[in-house]
Design a protein around this ligand. Sequence first.
Ligand SMILES: Cc1cc2nc3c(=O)[nH]c(=O)nc-3n(C[C@H](O)[C@H](O)[C@H](O)COP(=O)(O)OP(=O)(O)OC[C@H]3O[C@@H](n4cnc5c(N)ncnc54)[C@H](O)[C@@H]3O)c2cc1C
Length: 429
Amino acid sequence: MKATIIGGGIIGLSTAYYLKQEGWEVTVLERGDLTDGCSFGNMGYLSPSHFAPLAQPGVVSQGILGMFRQTSPFYVRPALSRNLLDWGLKFVRACTAEHVARSAKPMAELLLLSRYLTAAWQNSGEMNFEYAQTGCINYFQTAKYEKGELENVRMGHDLGLKIKVLDREECQAMEPELQPEVRGGAWYQDDAMLYPNELMRQLTALLEQRSVTILRNAEVKGIQKQQGKISSVQYQTAGETRTIQSDLFVLAAGSWSQPVARMAGEYLPMMPGKGYSMTVDTEHQALRQPCILLEAKVAISPWAKRLRIGSTMEIGAVNDRILVPRVQGILEAVPRFFPAYAKDAAFQKLSHPDMLRKHLREQVWYGFRPLSADGLPYIGFAPKTDNLMIATGHAMLGLSMAAATGKLVSEMASGKPTSMEVGAFGVGR
Ligand SMILES: Cc1cc2nc3c(=O)[nH]c(=O)nc-3n(C[C@H](O)[C@H](O)[C@H](O)COP(=O)(O)OP(=O)(O)OC[C@H]3O[C@@H](n4cnc5c(N)ncnc54)[C@H](O)[C@@H]3O)c2cc1C
């Protein structure tokens, strides 16, 4: 049986991995050359701690306030777009406490399954990317954010997650060199971190070794259907239009999934959520734990020889603009939480005004998170097309959920019982 996957980001590649394992003959069509994209420059977190979907109470007011501040970590670019309006209405409707309560369990299950499967990729020896299961600390500086975080901790405990609430002294003991300037933190011990650029490189190589066909610079341009099934897909490569037939197609085109779905007569409410990251090599890594600075919504990833700082959620169009105030907002937050970073050589190099002035394009990476309208991914069969499956909409958790998404798609495609209940992620919901 033949399967064709549209999109070679982490979701497409992990789906290829499990479909191949189930015995499918797999082809991946990827518009780019598999050296960059949202699945590369992200923070590398595997986050069972993020069981609450993006659509949650309070997010809408943050987005509205952010519209007036270019340095805000959450920003909706005002635009008269039917797409944004439709997505926005659905998103606002989903921002309720009931939605969070209903979604937390399936989200936590998907995240835990995925972390387990990702660790297995590493532990089995088939890949060897930098991976550490040291947990992640969410730091807060104010009583307001402490209150919100403790609610997340309470829900996390109910879901069986290992979480330790830390006071200021305990936070400082966790980071003896950097002595965070915080009120406290929540240490989510089930979380893990990997280096995504290396995972993407190794997973691509492993798939090719296992005879998965990966067609680079192959952009899907059209879809033909007959009697409710895809009969062929057209893609363009090296100026030529070619056609591919398959028993199964899986749409995993990230933030570009909506226009491709439309080619098959399907509708996916989605918006891109742009985010930035900056990476610098470092000989000495002062930070011990991956962490999130809650008030600033900034994440920091300390790998053995690199430091990555990233954040912001800019909901709007796909474009290549880099908003300097937004980048500055991310960098300025770091020494507010870790004053010692003001004197750290690696951080100084990254945040020096010359970096932003002269090397903006080389130093600042950006990617587009594929945002579904209710904060849960779409995983399953398309409502109107028998041989089309959808695997997208993972927002800020695509890496965290990739392995489980691929596994579930391969199980559903092969008519097997699924490793977990998938109803919450149904595409036509
Ligand atoms: C700053 C930032 C930090 C993040 N940190 C984390 C984190 O720590 N942990 C986490 O879990 N997630 C994180 N994320 C989110 C994560 O990166 C995404 O959810 C994930 O990469 C999405 O993967 P994907 O495969 O769905 O999409 P993508 O990686 O975007 O892949 C989709 C692919 O489809 C291809 N494509 C599009 N259209 C076509 C077409 N017509 N034909 C053929 N190919 C096509 C594209 O070229 C692309 O390669 C972060 C995101 C950002 C921006």
